[in-house]
Design a protein around this ligand. Structure first.
Ligand SMILES: C[S@@+](CC[C@H](N)C(=O)[O-])C[C@H]1O[C@@H](n2cnc3c(N)ncnc32)[C@H](O)[C@@H]1O
Length: 287
């Protein structure tokens, strides 16, 4: 059990079929996820051009979305003509992606959309049969990676997951991975309720608690309050608070010092934005 969980139990006890703890297993977050993220079109409009231009600029065609959840980013890319494979550990979240594929099955892109259960710790083996010579790009967006805690205090599982992402990227391909600006969250003790990913008018608040283990921030619990038809919905998700510097070192260690690495703040160059809500890392694997 992750170190921090022993002290402060925050997560659904659910275990996904993939064997990892599934924070979405009680279905509470999955049920209101699409309400929480707001209008899907306006959400993706915020960053669609950035991602699509970046991927097209690098000649990417085949993309692996490793935290597809209900499928919002995958669907955006399918609509833009990319070939997409989507995986996630939570069947409760995947259910919504599978439903969308069924609803739009007459469109060839959706008919060909591959959706599988997979766990980042075993990802390379999970997708080996469909890997071919690697994906042009691997995406892990929406603050998903931070769900992986540091069970042993040395980030070994997080490194294993990123190593698996790296192995799924073909030489010269990209990894796009993001996390909230935890440096700022640690400084202020607060999480902005609105951001480029989450713009729903229904989100009332995100209450933030930080758990320190041996003087080190080990877990951030976010209690999301969402009003739907005058009814309050609540769900709690917990995250590992990645520091920008440490996360950057981890990526560089795994991809190698010759790999390309650019960081964006809310999809803008870092110099153009102060205290972004999200950091997006773009890794370019050596050819
Ligand atoms: C915050 S949701 C984001 C989904 C989507 N990318 C979005 O932005 O709406 C995070 C997703 O990561 C998935 N996830 C967390 N840990 C995982 C793991 N170890 N392996 C695979 N998926 C995982 C969860 O099941 C969840 O669907």
């Amino acid at each position: 059990m992750p170190e921090a969980d022993i002290v402060f139990h925050t997560r659904s006890a659910g275990i996904s079929a993939e064997g990892v703890r599934d924070q979405y297993a009680d279905g509470k977050a999955a049920k209101v996820w699409e309400i929480f993220i707001g209008d899907k079109k306006s959400r993706t409009d915020n960053y669609k051009n950035f991602i699509v231009e970046l991927l097209r600029g690098k000649g990417c065609k085949r993309v692996l979305d490793v935290a597809c959840g209900t499928g919002v980013d995958s669907i955006m890319l399918l609509e833009e003509g990319f070939e997409v494979v989507s995986v996630d550990a939570s069947d409760k979240m995947l259910k919504y992606a599978l439903q969308e594929r069924w609803n739009r099955r007459k469109e060839p892109a959706f008919d060909n959309w591959i959706i599988e259960e997979a766990n980042w710790l075993t990802l390379y083996d999970d997708v080996r049969d469909i890997l071919q010579d690697g994906f042009d790009a691997v995406l892990c967006l929406g603050n998903s990676f931070a769900h992986m805690m540091d069970s042993f205090g040395d980030q070994r599982e997080q490194k294993q997951a990123i190593r698996n992402f790296e192995k799924c990227v073909k030489p010269g391909g990209l990894l796009l991975i993001d996390h909230r600006n935890y440096d700022h969250i640690m400084e202020t003790g607060a999480t902005p309720a609105k951001s480029l990913y989450y713009n729903s008018s229904h989100t009332a608040d995100i209450k933030t608690s930080v758990l320190y283990v041996c003087g080190k921030p080990a877990m951030v619990a976010m209690d999301y309050l969402i009003n739907v038809n005058n009814e309050q919905n609540e769900f709690r998700l917990s995250y590992y608070p990645h520091e920008l510097k440490v996360f950057t070192t981890m990526l560089k260690e795994i991809f190698g010092s010759k790999s390309g690495h650019t960081i964006y703040g809310d999809f803008k160059p870092l110099d153009d934005i102060k205290d972004p809500a999200f950091y997006i890392h773009v890794m370019e694997k050596v050819k």
